[in-house]
Design a protein around this ligand. Structure first.
Ligand code: NDP
Length: 382
């Protein structure tokens, strides 16, 4: 007797979870089904492997412009050919009951279109950061989720990651004293000959080069570390326009957010610097240093008091599995939406304000829009 393999799990005799895991697919029967859209570096390197570590989320479908690649990955994960879609027949996902959530892992300029199409198809959406390339696209995505009555979550993995959560909790606890200064450094080298970087180095396709790719972690990080929104920003950029990478995007940007509490956040980003994703919170009495703080793994958190440093042990997890499981819990009504579209929109507005200040020679730009996050990630429980 041949086992029937449903995309919700294995029905029949002889093939169990162990056999599935042996081919790299450990998926709970009846889990929340995800369609992954765009099979590039992040999808293949982190997201698709991450399903093996999920409790509630399972890979249900793939969407790609390259059928050979998509069919190969589908076969590796025991998905039938009916689970492979392309960008032309994408809207047919509406009739696919296996798909509950669409995970958008496309270049930034395509996020809005595919998010809105997925919502119109009646699916929930998990969308990679930055949520869009323009503020108006981000607003349209939020509006579409409301009309469709579906969840829109932005894939901010650090909102769900133990080290970042520990840092938030320590700041909230008051153990550092009043937080005075947050410093974020989110930089890396870029390579125009890498197709995955080529669109990031195009203003239209990325929405802001290094700022939209890396700097966003510092923009978002300052806000969640302080649990406060900046009221003003000043920014400056240093960009070599003779470098072919920086024809349309800025390279090195440094900004300063001012907060009503008196705290200041200094952020920097670049696409021409040694890899670094680090942050620091300096309180009146102690400081926290996360260096690195936002890599996929190998992060370290230290607390400094005077000249003495203590490392804070933090459990390392598969950040993508955690985030996908959280989305699955949101869909099932078991967890609050910690990083909704509104969170992504606030970062879009702030990045826009940073670029506006750069364009106005560092003039102060008000960011006092009255936004307040609905759920503090440090307090959220799934
Ligand atoms: P890649 O360029 O490696 O992959 C994007 C994929 O999108 C392509 O492989 C392709 O897949 C598909 N695609 C469809 N149309 C186009 C097009 N016109 N040009 C290029 N690709 C297209 O990007 P990444 O995987 O590195 O990044 C994808 C998204 O994930 C971005 O929004 C990025 O910001 C985000 N990201 C988030 C990270 C995080 O830590 N949260 C880390 C890295 C990226 P196919 O051939 O299957 O159609």
């Amino acid at each position: 007797m041949k086992d029937r393999i449903s995309r919700r799990g294995v029905i029949g005799l002889g093939v169990g979870a162990a056999a599935l895991s042996a081919v790299g697919r450990t998926q709970p029967s009846g889990g929340v089904g995800f369609a992954v859209v765009g099979l590039g570096k992040l999808a293949q390197g982190q997201i698709i492997p991450g399903f093996a570590n999920c409790r509630n989320a399972r890979l249900a479908a793939l969407v790609s412009g390259h059928p050979e690649k998509a069919n190969r990955i589908a076969a590796e994960h025991r998905l039938p050919s009916s689970a492979v879609y392309n960008y032309d027949n994408f809207d047919r996902i509406a009739a696919d009951p296996e798909i509950d959530v669409v995970y958008i892992v496309l270049p930034n300029f395509l996020h809005a279109e595919y998010t809105i199409r997925a919502l119109k198809a009646g699916k929930h959406v998990l969308c990679e950061k930055p949520m869009a390339t323009t503020v108006s696209d981000a607003e349209a995505m939020i509006a579409a989720a409301k009309v469709a009555n579906r969840k829109l979550m932005i894939a901010y993995r650090c909102h769900y990651e133990p080290l970042n959560l520990e840092a938030m909790r320590r700041v909230r606890s008051g153990s550092l004293g009043k937080p005075r200064l947050v410093i974020t450094k989110m930089v890396r080298q870029s390579d125009l000959s890498d197709p995955s970087d080529a669109w990031r180095l195009d203003m239209h396709q990325s929405g802001g080069g290094a700022l939209a790719d890396m700097g966003i972690y510092g923009v978002s990080g300052a806000r969640y570390l302080l649990d406060e929104e900046p009221v003003e920003v000043r920014a400056t950029a240093r960009t070599n326009r003779n470098d072919p990478r920086f024809k349309t995007v800025e390279d090195l940007i440094a900004w300063e957010f001012r907060f009503a509490s008196g705290a200041i956040a200094q952020g920097s980003t670049s696409f021409d610097a040694a890899d670094e994703m680090a942050f620091e919170v300096i309180g009146q009495h102690k400081r926290l240093v996360a260096d690195p703080g936002c890599f996929y793994n190998g992060n370290h958190l230290y607390q400094w008091q005077g000249g003495s440093r203590a490392e804070i042990a933090v459990h390392e997890i598969d950040q993508f599995a955690r985030e996908m499981d959280w989305m699955a819990d949101v869909v099932r009504g078991r967890a609050p939406l910690v990083s909704p579209g509104e969170e992504g929109l606030q970062d879009m507005r702030l990045m826009h304000a940073i670029l506006e200040s750069v364009g106005r020679d560092g003039a102060a730009v008000s960011t006092n829009w009255g936004y307040r996050r609905a759920v503090d990630p440090a307090m959220a429980v799934a």
